[in-house]
Design a protein around this ligand. Sequence first.
Ligand code: AMP
Ligand code: MG
Length: 420
Amino acid sequence: MSEASDMRSVVEHLAAAMAGRTPLPGVRIPLDQAVGLIAAERLVSRVDLPGFDNSAMDGYAVQAADLAGAGGRRRRGVRLPVVAHLAAGDAPTQEVRPGTAIQIMTGAPMPPGADAVVPVEDTYGGAQMVTVTAAVPVGRHIRRRGEDLAAGSVVVSPGDVLTPRRIGLLAAAGHGEVMVHPRPRVAVVSTGAELVPPGDDLAPGQIYDSNSHLLAAAVTAAGGRTAYRGRIGDDPATVRAELARLAAQVDLVITSGGVSMGVHDVVKDVLRESGTVEFVQVAMQPGKPQGLGVLMDGDREVPFFGLPGNPVSAAVSFMVFVRPVVRRMLGLEPADTTTVTVELTAGLRSPAGKVQFARAQSRMLPSGRLGAQPVAGQGSHFVADLAAADLLLVVPPDATELSAGSLVEAVLLDAELAVT
Ligand code: AMP
Ligand code: MG
């Protein structure tokens, strides 16, 4: 059997990863923790907005008819006694009778009797007497009760993104909490006897564990919460016990390494026997070997991704398969809204029969189109070139030789970071 016929397509594998995944059940949380999350309930305003007629200016509440003769070419002033003072937060105790004024600040309730506000700029103001130098029409500078929103109007619906502005509206409408789909708790585990935490000293043959850090950061950037990040060696009993322990604590488990054809491919060895995780070859480069399925925590199914160990493979696999699942759990559209068409500024070779996810750097071209310069190191161990890239080119299976000037689809790698 040829290699290609054994392989599953990227689209098929993504569909398998998404199957059965739903937004996490809603939880009610304080508004201040909700930014970026997706609402899981409908809420209506508890109040009219504004809640009462109030002044839009610092000035004087008056009866407009008293000022009919003010201003004009001769800049005539009308003198009125000031009978009270109203600040924001005060409740009016006096009314404005004909021929009087009440000093009023922005946001203070309109006193009974008044039908307009004269801004302080149009007066020679005082606390006892005010001289008004301009007439005002009835209603001027009054914010009317309910003119923004009526009590009972919907202020958030299931599926709405809780932007800072939406959170402001919820607060204005009297809601201190909102039900959201919570951030999925994710465990990220690197496997490999060669791995050492960054910061430690390396013995011969050892390398720093970069995958757990990259993947934990990618989880955060995608909106998830890394509940655990760590490293285990290649001992099957330890891996089995550790994965069972972690599954009980989280909504999603991601491992890296140990899923290909080596002698110590421990994730594959341990989980294949469980029967709930499949190990497949996906027609992509990088990222061909993939583990996918669920870990069982009693009756609860915990989605599991066994990503390949090469750092670029792990990073690409996360973007293509894991990120959409995190987004679905959050109640977001899993489909990537960050795909753009770019123009290659250099030629690119790609393997037949596989989607190549090539790393590239973007640059605005004089034509106004976004250009993409493939990075030099396309091998799956080139972490420096991976870090330098901001685009993931999606080269289809039938394209083997793309010339400079070709148009290709690309994923913006840092879209989430740019949004904040
Ligand atoms: P594996 O899939 O476990 O055979 O790993 C493939 C390659 O990726 C090997 O060169 C590993 O040393 C390397 N690798 C695996 N895990 C990590 C990791 N967490 N950080 C950096 N490199 C890794
Ligand atoms: Mg390994």
